[in-house]
Design a protein around this ligand. Sequence first.
Ligand SMILES: Cc1cc2nc3c(=O)[nH]c(=O)nc-3n(C[C@H](O)[C@H](O)[C@H](O)COP(=O)(O)OP(=O)(O)OC[C@H]3O[C@@H](n4cnc5c(N)ncnc54)[C@H](O)[C@@H]3O)c2cc1C
Length: 386
Amino acid sequence: MPHPDLPILILGTGLAGYNLGREIRKLDKTVPLVLVSRDAAPFYSKPMLSNALAGGKTAESLVMKSADRMAEELGARILAHTQVASIDTTARQVSFSNGEQLAYRDLVLAVGADPIRLPLDGDGAADVLSVNDLDDFARFSARLDGVQRIAILGGGLIGCEFANDLLARGIAPTVLDPAPWPLGRLLPEAAGHWFQQRLEAAGVRFRMGTAARSVARQTDGYRLELDDGSQLDVDLVLSAVGLRPRTDIAATAGLATQRGIVVDRRLAASAPHVYAIGDCAEVDGLSLPFVMPIMQQVRALAQTLAGTPTDVRYPPMPVLVKTPAAPTVVAPPAAGTEGTWQVNGDSDGLAARFIAPDGSLRGFAVLGSATAGKQALTAQLPPTLG
Ligand SMILES: Cc1cc2nc3c(=O)[nH]c(=O)nc-3n(C[C@H](O)[C@H](O)[C@H](O)COP(=O)(O)OP(=O)(O)OC[C@H]3O[C@@H](n4cnc5c(N)ncnc54)[C@H](O)[C@@H]3O)c2cc1C
């Protein structure tokens, strides 16, 4: 029997937690709803962190709604600055680090992912910044005044977006990555070089095929030792080498975890009445840290929690890379897909299609003027999770 008076308890107030709250309220105006965040629980769009400088945004102006306004809008209790300590899935109860406990009808883990920290040597290693939430962005932007030289560790999506965005502040960053070309996991070689040239023309420097080994403090900044034996002197180091789903609390509670918290297509974890969504979740084997999967997940889970068990489905989900110097849209093929890249390009644009042996389109990357073809290509892709 469900407990009608116990709340749906959502751990996390990122895009996953808050959008689930909104979807639940579309279907059920009365179920008690409690959301918990270890930070101030502002509602903001995380993707804007990597194009905020060009837009003249600050950490304050990125906040779209405060926790109080969200509490009002959702008819929910929001526990900000509250850290989850442990979960008891048998007693259906969560304990917080302030000693409080809360029983739940259903529990949703939406706790996000942590930036991966490279194991760097040197007395400056602890000063390396990463930007994965508003508080991080506040720290990062507060350090930019007077800065000329920034090293960005990682030439993936987020590293390249920050590199492009820093140009708006008159800073020409240097991107370091052991891969031979940027966006290495998303673009085939010719597209990677096209992308790199565009960003270089705009002012970004790339040191591909090498990585930082150590970061040492200097009187006026930091000295990086690179694994090709060279050195790089900078004022600030930003790391953007990837994210790791936050699985610790779930694993300690005895829930199944692999890369993320393991959930099925109902978003259900391995204990009854426990679900996971967003960057912390691994849904039917897929760990996809983007906004579009979250929107599909929250719609399906809200239905399930309102009494209509609903599987999540993913349509094809291309990602817009926010690098105005090289407009880019990518829909990489699913891991392990057989096929080859076919690339057509000129100085205005480049289209790369990933074609399976049966001739069907399984992925694409379009850059520059070729981004005009993104919708037609998306329509030919199979669903990401059918
Ligand atoms: C710089 C950047 C740019 C991006 N750009 C894009 C883009 O252009 N397009 C796109 O699709 N995706 C983009 N993404 C990815 C997208 O933003 C994320 O997939 C999405 O925001 C994740 O939302 P979430 O709610 O799962 O996690 P988060 O937003 O990280 O929320 C996690 C929540 O859990 C809380 N929490 C964590 N641990 C605890 C604890 N122990 N106790 C209590 N609360 C806890 C946190 O306080 C927070 O409220 C970008 C990501 C970054 C970092």
